[in-house]
Design a protein around this ligand. Structure first.
Ligand SMILES: Cc1cc2nc3c(=O)[nH]c(=O)nc-3n(C[C@H](O)[C@H](O)[C@H](O)COP(=O)(O)OP(=O)(O)OC[C@H]3O[C@@H](n4cnc5c(N)ncnc54)[C@H](O)[C@@H]3O)c2cc1C
Length: 411
């Protein structure tokens, strides 16, 4: 029976989880998953990690086996972008003009790498990394001895830098700010990862933007903001992403650097939900809300939205956001959201290569970064969720379990 179809636009981490959760909740009104890509839904994290390290095209890391969709009556429409949402008629229109009616709509269109608006940005040899096709192109381009310039020392830029170095490329990283991962972590973690990359042969140019990419037919030089010219064979631009919100904005749904949603993931049209990278969730006390780019957030929001579609349940489960990256075999795991003004406690030794950085806000654990110190991660997530107050001296001592450094503070 498909008299109340839920259409999901986008079959990335959020969209596939939404379809899976609807099936789990025994939604029998019809589940339709639409994506513009031809490929079966796949995971994105391996694209900048395992896949780039090898010269051989690696099989896709699928989100679900092919049989999963058939067994759960999930109809997949692939290779077809959704062009418009007609909210009055409760229909979507695919490229080519075919229209499908929905009972509820879930937008899970993800994000697109931000492009640099400079001369030469479209030259062959200038890459971004978001899809499997992008990863295949980059995998092919990273040949031993090639000079690779990476613009942006965020997660993607650094993961690509590590893969390129492992493939024998000559790596230069150009970063606008004065340290790596500056948007997401503190100085001590940044410096640790900087030295990891330096010891694997990478060079850094800090405090520099890109003025132009130059070359005859393909990129050959990166000209930085101070006029320095860097000879290069390949460029990878990793300067953040922009949410794929145009479809919603064109349909008159409220957007502001993301589709605005309430804690149930409902947009300004209560019959339309948005989840994952594209959604900006507005909660009490957060003036601009939050848009998070992580698998954990995509999965959590998919569950929240589909629970609401099925039962209109008012309970909103808030999870501690978390993220991971692996570079040159070193694993950074982050939980919670840090603020610049948080007090910092270092647990363990950065010199020994295994440590955690705790972020305390008014004495309570608000966030943590663990660097090859996974044993702190799970207890820290629980302490963050509980808003636990920690004694900084005990928390700094790795011989004391993190949970045993809790203290009482007046409410
Ligand atoms: C290379 C890479 C490495 C990453 N590594 C990590 C990591 O280590 N840890 C982590 O937590 N996160 C990581 N991320 C981020 C994580 O992958 C994203 O946060 C997550 O994929 C978001 O899920 P999503 O479903 O919102 O979007 P996506 O997974 O991007 O899926 C969106 C889908 O919507 C489709 N789509 C867009 N517009 C339309 C349209 N109009 N019609 C039809 N289909 C459309 C797209 O083709 C895409 O398939 C990484 C991302 C990338 C690109």
């Amino acid at each position: 029976m498909s008299d109340k179809p839920v259409i999901i636009i986008g079959s990335g981490h959020a969209g596939v989880q939404a379809a899976a959760r609807l099936a789990e909740l025994r939604w029998d009104g019809g589940i339709v998953l639409v994506d513009q890509e031809e490929t079966a839904p796949y995971e994105r994290p391996p694209l900048s990690k395992e896949m780039l390290k090898s010269a051989d095209p690696t099989a896709l890391s699928l989100l679900r086996k092919d049989t999963f969709y058939r067994d759960n009556n999930i109809e997949r429409i692939s290779g077809r972008p959704v062009r418009t949402i007609d909210r009055a008629a409760r229909q979507i229109e695919l490229a080519g003009g075919v229209r499908h009616s929905y009972h509820r709509l879930i937008i899970a269109t993800g994000s697109t790498p931000r492009r640099l608006d400079v001369p030469g940005a479209d030259l062959p040899g200038v890459h971004t990394l978001s899809s499997h096709a992008d990863a295949l192109a980059l995998q092919k381009a990273l040949t031993a001895g090639s000079r690779v310039t990476i613009v942006g020392a965020g997660y993607i830029g650094l993961e690509v830098a590590a893969a390129a170095a492992a493939r024998g490329c000559d790596v230069t990283i150009v970063e606008f700010r004065d340290r790596v991962l500056s948007r997401v972590t503190s100085e001590i973690v940044s410096r640790h990862f900087e030295s990891l990359h330096r010891s694997n042969g990478a060079r850094f140019v800090f405090g520099a933007g890109v003025r132009a990419f130059e070359g005859d037919g393909r990129v050959q030089r990166v000209v930085t903001s101070d006029g320095t010219s860097l000879d290069t064979d390949i460029v990878v631009v990793g300067v953040g992403v922009v949410p794929n919100q145009q479809l919603a904005a064109d349909a008159g749904i409220a957007c502001d650097d993301g589709i605005l949603v309430n804690p149930h993931c409902q947009t300004s049209d209560p019959e339309v939900y948005a989840i994952g990278d594209v959604a900006r969730c507005l909660r009490d006390g957060e003036p601009r809300g939050q848009r998070l780019e992580s698998v954990q957030n995509a999965v959590a929001q998919a569950i929240t939205a589909t629970n609401h579609v099925v039962s209109q349940s008012c309970e909103v489960k808030t999870e501690v956001p978390w993220f991971w990256t692996v570079q040159h075999g070193t694993r950074l795991q982050t939980a919670g959201l840090r603020h610049e003004s948080d007090d910092i406690v270092v647990r363990g030794s950065a010199l020994a290569g295994k440590f955690s950085v705790l972020y305390l806000r008014e004495g309570r654990l608000a966030a943590i970064d663990t660097v090859d110190a996974l044993k702190d991660f799970v207890p820290a997530k629980k302490l963050i969720a509980a808003g636990a107050a920690l004694d900084p001296a005990r928390a700094a001592d790795p011989s004391i379990k993190l949970a045993q450094s809790q203290t009482d503070i007046a409410q």
